[in-house]
Design a protein around this ligand. Structure first.
Ligand SMILES: Nc1ncnc2c1ncn2[C@@H]1O[C@H](COP(=O)(O)OP(=O)(O)O)[C@@H](O)[C@H]1O
Ligand SMILES: [Mg+2]
Length: 253
């Protein structure tokens, strides 16, 4: 899982870890303040956010506003200087890193397709997955027909950075990997970045379809197109005195 998310070593193992509750998990940020440099400006300046279990939220905002920093906190690549991040009501600092990695994962903004076969790229998420499971997940993300036409099928090499795939296929493969990991909290950070508008819309359609019923934090620099999610939360820049990360707009849900 380190490889899937290009994770750095964890911020620290709890001395006395607390177990996560069973079932779907919620996510909560409480008064989170986070700055990268001790003397620098806060990137997140008192953020409150609640993602209820089984719900899907879009976290949107301009580039540089701190969306991926929220992801770093949820994956515990960093700890906030102030406030708390909780999953299933448990402070991340009290969760054993293995438990956290199983529960919270997904597609980071820098998610990487390796110069290996389709199968190898998927098995990173779950080494013991059967071929039937791989075919199933590829079907869910809309890649089954393409893979079925490949002479080498799942054994097809994708090239460095997936250069033998289209941009849309690459993002779909990364989505398949995230689904195969089957986390209780799925994070998707700009999963349609760098795609042309038509492909972006098609991949987003797939994402909205395959994530129903899960706890999902979907991050995007776009602010529209998320009507079927439970809420759209706009992260405002810290230059904005009203910045709180609280929902700017909510869908009718
Ligand atoms: N590792 C880092 N060190 C210092 N500053 C960083 C680092 N990562 C991000 N930042 C800064 O924090 C701010 C928020 O970044 P980020 O969370 O990546 O924004 P977003 O994902 O919304 O585009 C930006 O100003 C960015 O330059
Ligand atoms: Mg980002």
């Amino acid at each position: 899982m380190f490889t899937v998310l290009d994770r750095e070593p964890p911020t620290g193992e709890p001395v006395d870890p607390r177990p996560l509750p069973d079932g779907p998990l919620d996510v909560r940020l409480e008064g989170v303040r986070m700055r990268y440099a001790p003397a620098g400006p806060p990137v997140l300046d008192g953020i409150d956010l609640h993602l209820p279990a089984g719900r899907r939220i879009a976290l949107v905002g301009a580039s540089g506003v701190g969306k991926s920093t929220v992801v770093d906190l949820l994956l515990r690549l960093r700890d906030p200087q102030e406030g708390r991040v909780l999953v299933g009501g448990v402070d991340l600092r009290d969760i054993a890193t293995d438990d956290l990695y199983r529960a919270v994962t997904g597609m980071t903004q820098d998610a990487h397709v390796f110069d290996a076969t389709l199968q190898q790229n998927l098995l990173i998420a779950r080494a013991e997955a059967s071929e039937a499971e791989l075919v199933d997940v590829l079907g869910r993300v809309g890649l089954a027909d393409w893979v079925a036409c490949l002479p080498d099928g799942l054994a097809t090499g994708v090239g460095a950075n997936g250069e033998r795939m289209s941009g849309g296929q690459r993002q779909r493969l990364l989505l398949a990997r995230a689904l195969l990991a089957d986390p209780r909290v799925l994070i998707l950070d700009e999963p349609t970045a760098h795609l042309d508008p038509v492909t972006e819309a098609a991949v987003m359609r797939t994402i909205l379809d395959v994530t129903r019923g899960r706890t999902v934090l979907l991050i995007s620099h776009r602010t529209s197109g998320f009507d079927e999610l439970d809420a759209v939360v706009e992260l405002a820049g810290t230059a904005d005195v009203t910045a709180s990360g609280m929902p700017a707009r909510r869908s009718a849900a």
